[in-house]
Write a protein that binds this ligand. Structure first.
Ligand SMILES: [Zn+2]
Ligand SMILES: [Zn+2]
Length: 265
């Protein structure tokens, strides 16, 4: 009997792959393509970090000039691997409410085939703080501000971004403050997430099932109840490994069909 194609997700395509260009990943673009081939994938999308106006101690993204190199090499690889690996060139857009026009302009500069929506940074005082990082300074700062306040603004930012910018997929939805121990969601946060999912649906976006969560917490981002709601709303799901090392391409994808089937409402 032929294996039944899982209707909830296509695990032959990794939609979220980084490269050394971002400053915090290892491996050249071609090494990621080779890794995808070795994994038996038929498609992959580079989703490089695009941030504008972030005041932070290090560059965790591609500057405009890096994107020229990214597209040059990406287009070379698309030709070289044609018929063996469908390679897409996309961007993981980090929302910054203070730079919406500039973000739009940057998106127009290149023919991004997929735009993943994230929000990695939180403005406080005179600089940004990394919502996904584990540096004790950031975690102490977020504790001082109050996790509830930070989460509320995080989801609010994603909501604005989904409504205002043309994005294809909402990435690692509940990864904000992931390194704060004992993080609790309030009913108000759950209500924000439901409104965000409604916007994702209305805007024709997909929801990313980010398998880096398996490595960090034993299950993917977002958490089960969010995925269940998304399935119930008919939001398409797409897998992303968030690979920052070629070894991580397609990680845990084999677990997704059974995991998601169990969440079907
Ligand atoms: Zn990254
Ligand atoms: Zn990413």
């Amino acid at each position: 009997m032929n294996p039944v194609r899982n209707p909830l997700i296509d695990i032959s395509h990794d939609g979220h792959v980084h490269t050394l260009l971002c400053g915090h990943a290892v491996g050249r673009m071609e090494e990621y393509v080779q890794a995808a081939l070795a994994r038996g994938l038929s498609g992959m999308c580079f989703l490089e970090h695009l941030e504008v106006g972030i005041v932070y101690c290090k560059r965790n993204w591609l500057e405009a000039s890096h994107f020229a190199e990214y597209f040059r090499e990406g287009e070379r690889l698309q030709k070289a691997y044609k018929g063996r690996m469908a390679i897409q060139l996309g961007a993981e857009l980090g929302y910054n409410p203070a730079a919406v026009d500039e973000l739009r302009a940057r998106l127009r500069q290149y023919p991004f085939e997929r735009v993943g929506l994230s929000c990695h940074y939180y403005w406080h005082g005179d600089r940004h703080w990394n919502l996904l990082g584990l540096h004790p300074d950031s975690l102490n700062r977020f504790r001082a501000i109050g996790a509830d306040t930070v989460l509320t603004r995080y989801f609010d930012n994603l909501m604005h971004a989904a409504a205002e910018l043309d994005c294809s997929v909402l990435c690692h939805l509940d990864a904000g403050l992931r390194h704060l121990p004992d993080l609790q969601y309030q009913d108000s946060h759950r209500a924000q997430i439901r409104r965000l999912l409604a916007t994702v649906k209305a805007r024709g976006m997909m929801l990313e099932i980010n398998t880096s969560g398996f490595a960090r917490r034993g299950y993917p981002y977002p958490t089960d109840w969010i995925i269940r709601e998304a399935i119930g709303m008919g939001i398409p799901l797409t897998p992303g490994s968030d690979a920052h090392d070629p070894e991580e391409v397609g990680r845990y994808f084999e677990q997704l069909p059974a995991y998601l089937a169990a969440l079907r409402p």
